[in-house]
Design a protein around this ligand. Structure first.
Ligand SMILES: *Cc1c(COP(=O)(O)O)cnc(C)c1O
Length: 355
């Protein structure tokens, strides 16, 4: 008899839509590989790596760079396998039996799963009808429930919604439990909330190289937080959890981050173009986005999703997920990819949802 830990078997599987798609617009990835200049330096560095050694040097070098980039101390930074590993460890460290975790709904689906994995009590906080976050209500929910951890995603995935910095600071100022701002898409939005971390030591920011910096395959993310927090959460990671190749790659990408500015601008332009095009279609409700993706609601979303899949195009269909029924999220890919996808959507919708 296999006796798993309580609760694991009933967790949902993380749906990775693996298939040889012609156009992949379902996971908010960057649809361009490393810029050529970056690739050259990454390959050079990897060819000289000490594969026989544990990765301490490469990780240290990345931490030094991030610390000087953010003007914080090295002990304010924790590196991990994507911000996913950061989030999982934060939920583990601040959660546990009878510990309450407040997370927005709809938002990143993993918040609920990390809550359950860490045996914590989840308190989903409903975003408004237009998916904006009412910071005053959020503060009240956190305080009334005496939460142990509160998280927001700014800008929010999968809705694309911007959260003003004043609102983030208002939350930081008015709650006293651990407060995480997940900034997976901040490069597409505007100014980071990192600057508040020094003033509000219970506030921390999770960032990733996976989205704007197109390094999803390397799995590198990090946390910026007070050194007392990084010291404690550092205890729950495996030794040498981030490998040398990934750390060295992220190190070079971060050094060469100006190379990414034109790409990020292009992804933003493409996102706006998709938003405008979708807005022209009758029967679609398009939510304003400050990310590299657009969420829209359409009463024949399931049929449209199947129609796109049949043509080799992957988008993210939310099926009947809470507060996301009939919603589809489309990542801004390359211009040609977006054109092909938009043409298919346009034809489908203008045909009244018939193929
Ligand atoms: C993609 C994503 C992450 C995790 O990305 P990693 O690849 O694990 O760094 C975290 N939060 C949100 C909201 C995301 O969309």
């Amino acid at each position: 008899m296999l006796k798993y830990r309580a609760g694991i078997k009933k967790l949902p599987e993380y749906n990775v839509n693996e298939h040889d798609w012609k156009i992949k617009l379902d996971a908010n990835e960057c649809n361009m590989n490393l810029p050529p200049l970056v690739e050259e330096r990454v390959m050079g560095r990897i060819s000289r790596l000490a594969f026989n050694r544990y990765p301490a040097l490469e990780v240290q070098s990345l931490i030094e760079q991030l610390a000087s980039g953010y003007n914080v101390m090295e002990d304010n930074i924790t590196i991990a396998n994507g911000s996913s590993e950061i989030l999982e460890k934060l939920f583990f460290s601040f959660g546990g039996r009878n510990h309450r975790i407040v997370y927005p709904q709809p938002s990143f689906s993993m918040y609920k799963i990390y809550t359950e994995l860490s045996n914590s009590v989840g308190i989903p906080f409903d975003l408004a009808e237009d998916y904006t976050l009412d910071s005053q209500k959020f503060v009240n929910t956190v305080n009334e429930n005496k939460a142990h951890l509160a998280i927001i995603c700014a800008p929010n995935n999968p809705t694309g919604t911007h959260i003003p910095l004043e609102d983030i600071e208002y939350i930081a100022k008015n709650i006293d439990c651990a407060f995480v701002v997940d900034e997976a898409y901040i490069e597409f939005d505007g100014e980071s909330a990192v600057k508040f971390c020094a003033r509000y030591p219970h506030m921390m920011v999770a960032r990733t190289f996976s989205k704007a910096f197109g390094l999803a395959g390397a799995r590198v993310g990090y946390l910026i937080a007070d050194s007392r927090i990084t010291k404690v959460i550092g205890k729950v990671f495996m030794p040498y959890h981030v490998n040398s190749m990934s750390a060295a790659t992220a190190d070079i990408v971060y050094q060469m981050k100006v190379e990414y500015e034109p790409r990020i601008a292009m992804m933003q332009t493409e996102r706006s173009r998709i938003e405008n095009e979708l807005n022209k279609l009758d029967g679609l409700k398009v939510y304003p986005s400050r990310t590299n993706f657009v969420l829209f609601k359409y009463d024949k979303a399931d049929a449209l999703n199947e129609y796109l899949n049949g043509r080799g195009i992957a988008v993210r269909n939310f099926g009947n997920a809470p507060r996301l029924d009939n919603c589809i999220r489309m990542t801004a890919g390359l211009r040609e990819e977006n054109d092909i996808c938009m043409n298919i959507i346009r034809n489908f919708v203008q045909n009244g949802g018939r193929e």
